[in-house]
Every structure is written in structure tokens, then in C-alpha cells.
Design a protein around this ligand. Structure first.
Ligand SMILES: Nc1ncnc2c1ncn2[C@@H]1O[C@H](COP(=O)(O)OP(=O)(O)O)[C@@H](O)[C@H]1O
Ligand SMILES: [Mg+2]
Length: 376
């Protein structure tokens, strides 16, 4: 389905892939699940180029399931197994390691919707987690199911679906603890309602996928009662240079296609970008030179953002060919946020590492020449 929205949810974006997986799913489905665990795995990790035959819009067609998460197949399998069990899934890690992406894809594949989502903030209240009331109806008719405004969690329990709890550790610990009894009893009391309406039992297939960033208030502030109700999975940044390059290439191409822009993105320029991110992220280059690490997060997600903006720069202000100069121009906005020292570190990286690599390599030389853009 073509949509006009800036960012359709995963189940809409990958509608054809999900239809193909459903049509070819020979394995048994757990109660409440839309796909078998194996098909869910394929949705995240791809069909290895195999085109799956299925019907689409009344016609026969074939769809290849694209790889969406890179770097740790076993992690995806463990996540799926956790969702089959009694405990919730908590994805922890640095920002930009694709925790939210995994949670969205899993929800889309397992229950067909990724939209039952609670966004954790310091202002999240009990009402956001349980339910609230339509006060006009409440005053007119008294408490009834009709007047109850369900939270995403309430809706997920009722439907036997997955609820996503993003950035759970940003909520106050007392608010997080609302989940403790919900997760152990798999039931929600509604004391205002009497009889059968006064308690909601979760349908088969209900579970919670939460995410937490290590840079925010940490998971250590989570109560141990709540920790026990989750299986923790740590999502690590991509360690493999070739894999990160492939990811940046594919996602940049997809983003450019989305914005209907044609730009040539030479592999050596994207490789330079990935190398720069790796050097600055680890504070050490492949040659063994030690460099100062900027204080900002230089995740793969940031690398994709920089290559996308650099390509747009090349498309609209250049000759539709991405160059190292465009990368340098966009790098600043990512590395330099609020710490003036980071500019010095970036300049130092250019003066020491980039300059040396530029001797005998045109791309790195062009990158070095663009250091004039590195001004605050
Ligand atoms: N291992 C990975 N596989 C696929 N995409 C990744 C990976 N690591 C980072 N990304 C990128 O990160 C983006 C999303 O990050 P996000 O899910 O918002 O991160 P988080 O929630 O961990 O902060 C993805 O769209 C993708 O571009
Ligand atoms: Mg996130």
C-alpha cells in the first residue's frame, strides 16, 4: 500500500513481505500469533534472496524478504523465544543500536500491529499505563466500559497482542512498578467497574517489549521486582565494518528512494564515512593511532543520518554524486552538539588521521580539503 505519511509503521511499510510470509508459513503458530516463530525470524533477518510466491492485489507475485536487522541473528532468536514465554522482553543498549526497530518489527510480525506503544517519559502516569476515563461519559452515565479509555497496554491485553514500552527507564520507578502485578497476574483490575467488567484477563499472545537506553537514567534504578519479570537482551553496536557499510548503503538507498531523489553514492565515500565513525567511536584507528573520542553518540543510526543528508546535499546543491566533501559538511551537525571540545577533537582527527590517509588517496584527500567546513 502506498501511503503519504512520512514514516508508515512497519506493518504497513512491509505489508507485501508480511503477506508473503503468511502465505508460505508452514510451521505452527503459537496461540495468538499471526506468524510462526520461524517466519518472524525471517521477517527480521531476511529470506536470503529467496522470492516467496503469494497473491497480492488479486495477482500472483513473488516477494523477497529484506534483511532488516544486522549483526546478531542469535539475539533475534532469543527475543522471539522470550516473547513465547511468561516474561517480558527488555532490550537495553546504547542509543541508536536498533532497539526500537527490533521492537517495532517484532510487534508487526507477531501480532500485526506495532502501534500499541507507550512512550516512557518523566511525565508518564499510571493512567497512561492502565486506563483513563472519558469524563463527559463518566459524569453522564457513571463508570462503564463505554466510558473507559483504554491505554495501549489495556488494548494489548484485551486483544492478546504485544505492547511496546519505549524508554521505560525514563519513567519514575513507582510508575514502572505498575507493570509488576500486570505482568505476573496477566490481568488488570478496574475497581470502578463491577462484575465481569471489573477485571480484564489478558488474551493469549499478550506480552510486553520494553526498551531502555544506557545513556539515560539506567536500568539499575528499576526495581528488582520488575527486573525479574523481564528477560534482558543487550543490543550491541555493530562491530563488523563490512556489515555496517552494507547497512549504511542499503538504508541510504532506501531513504533516497523514499524522498524520490537520485544520487550516485560511491562505495568508497560511504566506506570513508563508516571508517570515520568507527575511528571516532572507538578512539582508535585501524592503523593503531589513538584519537580523542567526542562526547556525542556516534551510532550506526547517526551514520545513516549523515550519509542521507550528505546525499541530499549532493542532489540539491551538487552534481548528484556524493563526495567526501558533502560528508564532512554534514558530520559537524552530528558530532558537535553542546560540547565545544568536540570540535577540537574532530579537527585533531582531520589533522592527524585524515591528512595522512589523504596522501595517495583521492577520496580521503577530498575529505581532508573539506576541513574548512569544520567551524562552530
Ligand atoms: N544492527 C543493526 N541493524 C540494522 N539497523 C541498525 C543496526 N544498528 C543500528 N541500526 C540503525 O539504527 C536505526 C534505528 O535505531 P533505533 O531503533 O531508533 O535505535 P535505539 O532505539 O536503539 O536508539 C535503524 O533504522 C538503523 O538505521
Ligand atoms: Mg529507541
Amino acid at each position: 500500500m502506498k501511503t503519504n505519511s512520512l514514516r508508515p509503521p512497519a506493518e504497513m511499510l512491509h505489508e507485501a513481505e508480511l503477506a508473503a510470509l503468511t502465505a508460505n508459513d508452514r510451521d505452527s503458530r503459537p496461540p495468538g500469533w499471526k506468524l510462526s516463530p520461524k517466519a518472524v525470524r525471517t521477517f527480521l533477518l531476511g529470506s536470503n534472496g529467496d522470492a516467496l510466491p503469494h497473491e497480492w492485489g488479486g495477482k500472483k507475485t513473488k516477494t523477497v524478504v529484506m534483511q532488516k536487522f544486522y549483526g546478531d541473528d542469535a539475539l533475534v532468536e532469543r527475543c522471539i523465544v522470550t516473547l513465547l514465554g511468561n516474561r517480558g522482553l527488555l532490550l537495553v543498549g546504547e542509543p541508536g543500536t536498533a532497539k526500537s526497530m527490533i521492537s517495532e518489527l517484532l510487534a508487526a510480525a507477531v501480532c500485526g500491529t506495532s502501534l500499541l506503544t507507550i512512550q516512557g517519559t518523566a511525565g508518564t502516569t499510571d493512567d497512561h499505563i492502565r486506563y483513563s476515563w472519558n469524563y463527559a461519559l463518566l459524569l453522564a452515565e457513571g463508570p462503564s466500559l463505554r466510558a473507559l479509555v483504554p491505554s495501549p497496554l489495556y488494548s494489548a491485553m484485551r486483544a492478546g497482542a504485544l505492547v511496546r514500552f519505549e524508554e521505560i527507564t525514563r519513567c519514575q520507578p513507582e510508575i514502572q512498578d505498575t507493570l509488576v502485578s500486570l505482568l505476573s497476574d496477566k490481568a488488570m483490575q478496574v475497581p470502578e467497574l463491577s462484575g465481569a467488567d471489573g477485571v480484564l484477563f489478558a488474551g493469549k499472545g499478550f506480552n510486553v517489549i520494553a526498551t531502555a537506553n544506557l545513556r539515560d537514567r539506567g536500568v539499575h534504578e528499576m526495581s528488582s521486582a520488575l527486573k525479574r519479570r523481564f528477560n534482558f537482551e543487550t543490543v550491541a553496536p555493530l562491530a563488523d565494518h563490512a556489515m555496517e557499510l552494507r547497512l549504511v548503503q542499503e538504508q541510504t538507498a532506501a531513504l533516497l528512494q523514499d524522498s524520490a531523489v537520485r544520487v550516485e553514492c560511491p562505495t568508497d565515500v560511504l566506506a570513508l564515512l563508516v571508517t570515520t565513525f568507527n575511528d571516532l567511536r572507538h578512539g582508535r584507528t585501524a592503523e593503531g593511532t589513538v584519537v580523542d573520542r567526542p562526547s556525542t553518540v556516534l551510532s550506526t543510526a547517526e551514520a545513516v543520518a549523515v550519509s542521507h543528508s550528505a546525499a541530499l546535499d549532493a542532489a540539491y546543491f551538487g552534481n548528484a554524486r556524493l563526495g567526501a566533501g558533502h560528508v564532512a559538511r554534514q558530520l559537524l551537525g552530528t558530532v558537535l552538539k553542546d560540547n565545544p571540545d568536540d570540535l577540537k577533537k574532530l579537527k585533531h582527527y582531520f589533522d592527524v588521521v585524515v591528512k595522512a590517509r589523504g596522501k595517495g588517496n583521492r577520496t580521503w584527500q577530498e575529505f581532508y580539503e573539506a576541513r574548512k567546513w569544520l567551524r562552530a
